[in-house]
Design a protein around this ligand. Sequence first.
Ligand code: 13P
Length: 287
Amino acid sequence: MLVSAKEMLEKARDGHYAVGQFNINNLEWTKSILLTAEELRSPVILGVSEGAGKYMTGYRTVVGMVNGMLEELKITVPVALHLDHGSYEGALKCIEAGFSSVMFDGSHYPIEENVAKTTELVKICAQKGLSLEAEVGSIGGEEDGVIGGGEVADPEECKRIADLGVTMLAAGIGNIHGKYPENWPGLRFDALEAIKAKTGNMPLVLHGGTGIPEDMIKKAIDLGVAKINVNTECQLAFAAATREYIEAGKDLQGKGFDPRKLLAPGAEAIKATVKEKMELFGSVGKA
Ligand code: 13P
């Protein structure tokens, strides 16, 4: 059964580790992530962007697929199904469809509008026992058409949103979606410390987990990050493994064209990436 992300994140915050959010795109992604979480006894959050939800034909399909897999694969670790960077309307649709967690990304609105819309969703999620992620200060890079400027969040604004009663807060600290440029100056730990000082016990979320050096990830966790989002890195691993299979001509040998064979190296590569991240985040054995 899907669970809210609240308990797993509070445990992570108190235990000084982070739970990974891994974005899903299809059946292979979902299966690889769930099997790895189960094998490593790690809690996990499956992220679904609005674009990926549409690609998978809609939120109901996603809920049906994930619930089916939890049962058929006999998954016993805590799993949350979470809307990633949702609009207000998208969040309502996911709640209706059976997601156990949603993110409302109001970071591109003026703060008053972000507060008003987040307040509404806090009420709805509380009634239904769902977790809610809010965002202050947009995150750099591009993800599914959502472009952020790499801003750093204002700690006062973070406090205003945290005090509304959200479950977790994403705050820009110089992080970017996708690959980091060569000249990226790194995470702004001064900003993270200032945000932590204002928001107290609030589990903080680090987006753009792909390509952040290990020492920075560890320091971010020490400073209060309890959830780290990873998307691009699984895509790169899947693409590289698939390329290798095709370039080796394996799709031309025997029944190598069978999608169950063709997609297998990519699925294994996703498992390896998820394992590496769960070990780095410290969530292994915490389910
Ligand atoms: P990356 O694609 O950079 O890993 O970022 C993922 C993310 O933050 C999803 O919200």
